[in-house]
Ligand binder design. Structure first.
Ligand SMILES: CC(C)(COP(=O)(O)OP(=O)(O)OC[C@H]1O[C@@H](n2cnc3c(N)ncnc32)[C@H](O)[C@@H]1OP(=O)(O)O)[C@@H](O)C(=O)NCCC(=O)NCCS
Length: 182
């Protein structure tokens, strides 16, 4: 797994295409495999953006997953997380998110906002992440089929408030933030 560089742009575009074409929660009925060039442009744009946290994972030399987020001031924003179906349940998602959390902290973020589609596997995945990396849930906001969550990345929240990490969500102001990091 590594931060995306020029040499990874094509791999990242392939993962974006796979995510957009195949995942029901993002499927665009008007998108066909002929419309791939926007994904290459998007991948290149993200790779160039210094505020973007962009990681790609490889397995047997093939791209198997990626994480994309952004840091603005002290706020980290999860945008995309995707692992190709054949590579799932092998710890790739966990590896990507653990590296992304370290990167957010290294860049000075103290909060992480992201959205969670109403998908059981996704909820289970994030529950396992926050068990491994205890974090205070700051606020949540929901609309049908989607929930936005803000979590603290502060050191004291990680060390002293494990109980809150697994407790019921507080209702409050979240912030729309793509598909990741709830
Ligand atoms: C969610 C996703 C990124 C998880 O990636 P992954 O590489 O399969 O996740 P990991 O192997 O690191 O899983 C870590 C833990 O999360 C939990 N978990 C992950 N997927 C799960 C599922 N479908 N059902 C139940 N628990 C799950 C498990 O506790 C797992 O540990 P275990 O395998 O030792 O039991 C992947 O399924 C995916 O890309 N899904 C489609 C896109 C998506 O939902 N993106 C994220 C939106 S929030």
């Amino acid at each position: 797994m590594r931060a995306v560089g020029e040499e990874d742009v094509s791999a990242l575009a392939g993962l974006l295409i796979s995510m957009r074409l195949r995942e029901s929660w993002l499927r665009d009925p008007e998108l066909t495999s002929d419309d791939e060039s926007p994904f290459y442009a998007l991948a290149a744009r993200r790779a160039r953006d210094p505020d973007t946290v962009l990681l790609v994972a490889y397995g047997d030399g093939q791209p198997v997953g990626f994480y994309c987020g952004q840091v603005r001031g002290q706020v980290g924003r999860g945008i995309d997380l995707y692992v190709r179906p054949p590579a799932r349940r092998r710890g790739v998602g966990r590896l990507l998110v653990s590296a992304a959390l370290a990167e957010y902290r290294a860049r000075g973020a103290d909060r992480l906002v992201g959205s969670l589609p109403g998908d059981e596997g996704c909820h289970a995945f994030w529950a396992s992440i926050w068990t491994e990396h205890p974090s205070r849930l700051v606020s949540t906001r929901s609309t049908p089929g989607m929930e936005w969550r803000t979590r603290s990345l502060a050191r004291e929240a990680r060390e002293g408030r494990e109980g809150e990490a697994s407790g019921p969500p507080h209702r409050g102001q979240g912030q729309p933030a793509g598909q990741s990091n709830p």
